[in-house]
Design a protein around this ligand. Structure first.
Ligand code: CTP
Ligand code: MG
Length: 230
C-alpha cells in the first residue's frame, strides 16, 4: 500500500500580497510549504510526496524539503490554475499508489490526525474523501448588491484539504476537466469527481486547517504557533 501526497504550491498568492509565491512566504521563520509538509509527514501515512512548485522555483523548493527527511520527494512545475497544477502533480506519481492525497500548501497548520482520518476513509472504501467543518456565518445568495435568498446553513459545510482519492477516478476526473471548455476551473478536486457522479464522503476537519489566503490569516497562524496551539 502506497499513499502519495500531491501538494499544489504553485499559486502566486495575490490575495496575501506578500510579494512572493504564497507557499514560500515565511511563517515563524519557515515557508508555509515547509510547515504543511512537516505536519503531513508526521502523520506517518504518507509514502511519496509530489510538490508542485512555483514557476522557476523548483530547485529552491527541492533544497527546502531536503531537511524534512522524506524518502521520496518529487518536485514538478505547476500550471496556470490550481487544477492544472494538480494535474502536473498527478503525472509525476509512481505506479502502485492506492491513495492520493491532494493538500494545499496554504493549509499549512493542518494537523497530522486529519491526514490519517482521510487515508483511513479511502482505504475503507470511499472513492473521494473531504475534511469538513460546519459553516458559522449566515450565507446568502446575491446578485450584485441584492440578496436573492438566505441558504439554510444546516445543510452547508466548509471544505478543507487534504482530500483523499482512489487514484484512477481522480486521474479520470482531471482528464475530463481538462477537455471541458468554458467551464470555470474547479476550486477543489472532490468537486471534479462529484461532477462525474462519484460519491464524496466527509470526515471531520479541523479549525487549524484553514487556508492562509489573506493577511489576517497569516496573523492568526503566527498566533496559533507562538501560543503552542498548532
Ligand atoms: N495553486 C497552485 N497552482 C495554481 C494556483 C494555486 O498550485 N496555479 C495552489 C496554491 O499554491 C495553494 C493552493 O493551490 O497552495 C490553493 O490556492 P490559493 O489559496 O488560491 O493560492 P494562490 O492561488 O497562491 O492565491 P491567490 O488566489 O490569492 O493568488
Ligand atoms: Mg488562487
Amino acid at each position: 500500500m502506497t499513499c502519495a501526497l500531491v501538494v499544489p504550491a504553485a499559486g502566486r498568492g495575490e490575495r496575501l500580497g506578500a510579494g512572493l509565491p504564497k507557499a514560500l512566504v515565511p511563517l515563524a521563520g519557515e515557508p508555509l510549504l515547509v510547515h504543511a509538509l512537516r505536519r503531513a509527514l508526521a502523520s506517518g501515512v504518507v509514502d511519496v510526496v509530489v510538490v508542485v512548485a512555483p514557476e522557476g522555483r523548483q530547485e529552491h523548493v527541492r533544497a527546502l524539503l531536503g531537511p524534512l527527511g522524506a524518502a521520496d520527494v518529487r518536485v514538478v512545475a505547476g500550471g496556470a490554475e490550481r487544477q492544472d497544477s494538480v494535474r502536473c502533480g498527478l503525472a509525476a506519481l509512481p505506479p502502485g499508489v492506492d491513495v492520493v492525497l491532494v493538500h494545499d500548501a496554504a493549509r499549512c497548520l493542518t494537523p497530522p490526525a486529519v491526514f490519517r482520518a482521510v487515508v483511513a476513509a479511502v482505504r475503507g472504501g470511499a472513492v473521494a474523501v473531504v475534511p469538513v467543518l460546519p459553516v458559522s456565518d449566515t450565507v446568502k445568495r446575491v446578485a450584485g448588491d441584492v440578496v436573492l435568498e438566505t441558504v439554510d446553513r444546516r445543510e452547508l459545510v466548509a471544505v478543507q484539504t487534504p482530500q483523499g482519492f482512489d487514484p484512477a477516478p481522480l486521474r479520470a476526473a482531471h482528464e475530463a476537466a481538462r477537455g471541458a471548455t468554458g467551464a470555470a476551473p474547479a476550486t477543489d478536486d472532490a468537486g471534479m469527481l462529484e461532477a462525474l457522479g462519484h460519491r464524496v464522503r466527509t470526515v471531520p476537519g479541523d479549525d487549524t486547517a484553514f487556508k492562509v489566503t489573506r493577511p489576517v490569516d497569516l496573523v492568526l497562524a503566527e498566533a496559533l504557533l507562538s501560543g503552542g496551539r498548532a
